[in-house]
Design a protein. Structure first.
Length: 358
């Protein structure tokens, strides 16, 4: 009897990938695979190495986080077929065989994971996919495109300057002058299309500006210079397709000058406050804004929407949206919903069911 005949849905959980956020994905996948309801779902864990090789992984989940799964001896080359109905093709020694897939859960972050590329493969293959699909994923991944859409909603966001990588060598002096004329320091310099604070620099004076721009250009062809907004970091979790719901607001107190990659995933110094200590009217406005942005971009399934609340004035400023937020043990998204009464395993089940409804 096949697994599908038993009534279970077959979920392919993708992890790893060629993104700079490879390690974050391993931690996210470890949490998802440890908490997914095995009475409802049969799971096909598929790992993608930094070199882009795909493997069906049949070993211990505990080997994922440090990358040792790749040398575990429990890997078989595999790939999602773009041909509808073929599911996962596994290349075993005795010949290839197919594993049916009902849904893909991309536990991936960054390039080729949440930028619409993997979602495009799922669309071609006719496979339901957890989270936003191609257009919304691509728009949300590139902060400059997100800003263009949000600008039409009347929601405050940081002033910014968009720089293209090919302009840096040819127009460095012009770029620096433009930034110096337009902004006061500090400013933030960030790649337009990464997450997890990869490649972001808080620049305190003009002498460090060019180095920061070059650093950001390592990760994206489009670079943003943003005004500094002296705000508290507030995040909201969204769930749903056509009728999205917002969680309570949570606040991050960074252990560094801002919420850096190390702060998020390595040193664990940042603290999370759920719910955020905000006036009720401010919290409700942030939740309303979060749902509006989510719907305007065309998101589905889930997202985390991030804001600043000015420390002195209480003004709300939109920061960014993340269509595949982290699911690590310290991640805000599952913690917000846990506070709202949705336990981690139930949250995973809801997200899979939302994907199957699309």
């Amino acid at each position: 009897m096949s697994n599908s005949e038993k009534g279970k849905k077959r979920v392919c959980v993708l992890f790893g990938g060629v993104s700079p956020e490879h390690e974050v994905s391993l931690s996210t996948a470890t949490s998802i695979l440890s908490n997914i309801d095995r009475s409802l779902f049969d799971v096909l864990p598929v790992g993608i190495t930094r070199e882009g090789k795909w493997f069906l992984y049949t070993g211990d989940i505990g080997l994922l986080a440090d990358g040792s799964w790749e040398k575990s001896g429990c890997t078989v080359p595999a790939m999602i077929s773009p041909v509808r109905g073929e599911g996962l093709i596994v290349f075993a020694e005795g010949g290839c065989y197919r594993e049916p897939i009902d849904c893909v859960f991309p536990a991936l972050h960054g390039e080729n994971g949440e930028d619409g590329a993997m979602q495009g493969l799922c669309r071609i293959a006719g496979l339901p996919c957890v989270g936003a699909m191609v257009t919304a994923s691509a728009v949300s991944m590139d902060k400059s495109f997100t800003k263009a859409i949000v600008s039409h909603l009347g929601i405050r966001q940081a002033d910014y300057l968009l720089i293209h990588k090919h302009e840096i060598a040819k127009k460095a002096d012009e770029i620096l002058k433009c930034v110096n004329d337009r902004f006061t320091y500090p400013v933030f310099v960030k790649p337009a299309s990464t997450g997890s604070s990869v490649g972001i620099t808080k620049v305190k004076d003009s002498g460090r500006l060019l180095d920061a721009i070059i650093e950001a250009s390592r990760y994206s062809d489009r670079i943003l210079v943003e005004e500094f907004f002296d705000g508290r970091e507030i995040e909201v979790a969204i769930i749903g397709n056509n009728d999205p719901k917002a969680s309570v607001c949570g606040e991050i107190i960074p252990g560094d000058e801002f919420y850096t990659y190390d702060d998020k995933y390595i040193n664990g110094v940042a603290s999370l406050h759920i719910p955020a200590d905000l006036p009720g009217e401010t919290s409700e406005k942030i939740r309303e804004y979060a749902c509006s942005i989510y719907s305007a971009i065309g998101c589905a399934g889930l997202s985390r929407v991030d804001f600043f609340v000015h420390k002195a004035t209480g003004e709300i400023c939109f920061n960014e949206i993340n269509t595949l937020p982290g699911f690590t043990p310290i991640s805000m998204y599952p913690k917000l919903w846990d506070y709202c009464g949705i336990a981690y395993p139930d949250l995973i089940t809801r997200l899979i069911n939302l994907a199957l409804e699309k």
